[in-house]
Write a protein that binds this ligand. Structure first.
Ligand SMILES: [Zn+2]
Length: 428
């Protein structure tokens, strides 16, 4: 697919090149998922760009050629005692501004090489993710913070895991508040940066960090709770972060030409990777908390739990998805979820406040408590009831933890749960 696009550009490349006008909005051609399911060059507008060659603007700032190394034996890292020192220690080379090149055609900038296609599309996708959180979930512009440093194709090495740089991944790296768009290897059909849903997923992690963790590079509840023993509170926060990232990514696809897509991962993860898209397809209605997954959530350390956060996260996300769709209140729900991240109101504390409140005893930061933050921020009664029912059913949160007078009375008495999932035995 990409090779075909590049060939197309080479033909158009006969047009004369000139120094592009940088002031926003800028009309460019980017790779966008069309209604037929193919990524095709489409004319789009970058509204926040200030430097079209260096690809920087109010939303993001792309940097190439960086080298980031995490090595537990690295003396620089061992000596790092502050978040800033840690960020400096892992950043072995901060790289430099990227240089995009274009051909101008009828007032539209056409990327002149593969990396320009990939980088312009990355910036465009980040801008759309920003727009989604601004327009749909009502986050004020001032809350987004500085443009996000976005390391494009950095060398990213987790020495303790693998000596070779990681490929085929994209991530939000809270330690230095940046996105990493890693080089691709296996995933060539739609490299992750081209997939707007995946970029929205990563952007959701940044929003979660800004709101739930107050932009901390090393979130306090995670550091305090991940002490090597069972870390149920940290495991729940990680699960919410992952699941809600998929749900918001889905929400952002609803604003695209291609339309709402619960399997947004599938254009990147296909063939032998099909299961990734299936496992996280939000439209599947038969997912249930199992006894063993619940045991893992409650008893594993954060390290041991690695990977399971996607399973619990998908349970949460697909349950919420069903509630939003069944009531026709998708955007209202997505907005309520973001409102639940950070709220100092005594009667309706956010996830940040609840994590802080239970800082000294993470066993009190339960699924019911974390889900409660979302439930209290849903004001419409019908939607609230649907959310309660789905969470009781798929996450197997006991009804008496959400309904009744011995608790904050999170759910209406009319919420009875559901019957998709078999009832789990009481926690032992
Ligand atoms: Zn994620």
């Amino acid at each position: 697919m990409l090779r075909k696009v590049i060939a197309t550009t080479a033909v158009l490349g006969l047009a004369a090149g000139c120094a592009p006008d940088s002031s926003a909005p800028v009309k460019v051609s980017a790779l966008v998922l069309a209604s037929n399911g193919e990524y095709t060059p489409q004319e789009v507008e970058l509204k926040t760009i200030s430097d079209i060659v260096g690809l920087s603007g109010n939303v993001a700032d792309l940097h190439g050629g960086a080298r980031i190394v995490l090595d537990s034996n690295d003396p620089d890292l061992q000596n790092a005692t502050t978040p800033e020192a840690f960020a400096n220690a892992v950043l072995k080379d901060s790289g430099r501004d990227v240089t995009a090149s274009y051909i101008t055609q009828n007032g539209v900038l056409w990327p002149a090489d593969f990396h320009t296609w990939n980088m312009v599309t990355t910036y465009y996708n980040l801008e759309r993710a920003f727009d989604y959180f601004h327009d749909v979930t009502n986050i004020p512009t001032a809350d987004f913070g500085d443009p996000v440093r976005t390391y494009y194709f950095p060398e990213f090495v987790l020495v303790d895991v693998d000596k070779d740089p990681i490929k085929d991944n994209a991530m939000y790296f809270s330690a230095n508040a940046s996105f990493l768009i890693l080089p691709f290897d296996q995933l060539q059909r739609a490299p992750l940066a081209i997939n707007a849903g995946i970029i929205a997923h990563e952007y959701s992690h940044r929003v979660f960090n800004l709101k739930v963790y107050d932009a901390q590079p090393f979130p306090i509840p995670l550091s305090n709770w991940a002490t090597g023993g069972p870390s149920p509170g940290a495991n729940i926060l990680k699960s919410f972060d992952e699941g809600l990232a998929d749900l918001h990514a889905y929400g952002s696809t609803c604003r695209s030409k291609h339309g709402c897509d619960t399997r947004f991962l599938s254009t990147s993860f296909h063939g032998k990777f099909d299961s990734v898209a299936d496992d996280r397809d939000l439209a599947r209605t038969d997912r249930c908390m199992t006894e063993s997954l619940r045991d893992n959530l409650l008893n594993m350390s954060l390290d041991q739990f690695s990977g399971y956060e996607y399973l619990v996260g998908t349970l949460l996300a697909s349950a919420l998805y069903q509630a939003g769709e069944a009531t026709g209140q998708r955007d209202v729900l997505l907005r309520s979820i973001v409102a639940a991240y950070d709220d100092e109101t005594i009667a309706t504390p956010g996830l940040q406040q609840l994590a802080r409140q239970h800082n000294s005893d993470q066993t009190k930061f339960t699924l019911a408590v974390a889900a409660g933050a979302i439930i209290t921020h849903v004001t419409d009664l019908r939607l609230k009831e649907a959310v309660c029912n789905e969470l009781m059913d798929h996450l197997q949160i006991p009804r008496d933890l959400l309904v009744g007078t011995s608790n904050p009375n999170l759910c209406p008495a009319s919420a009875a749960g559901g019957n998709t999932c078999p009832a789990l035995p009481t926690e032992g």
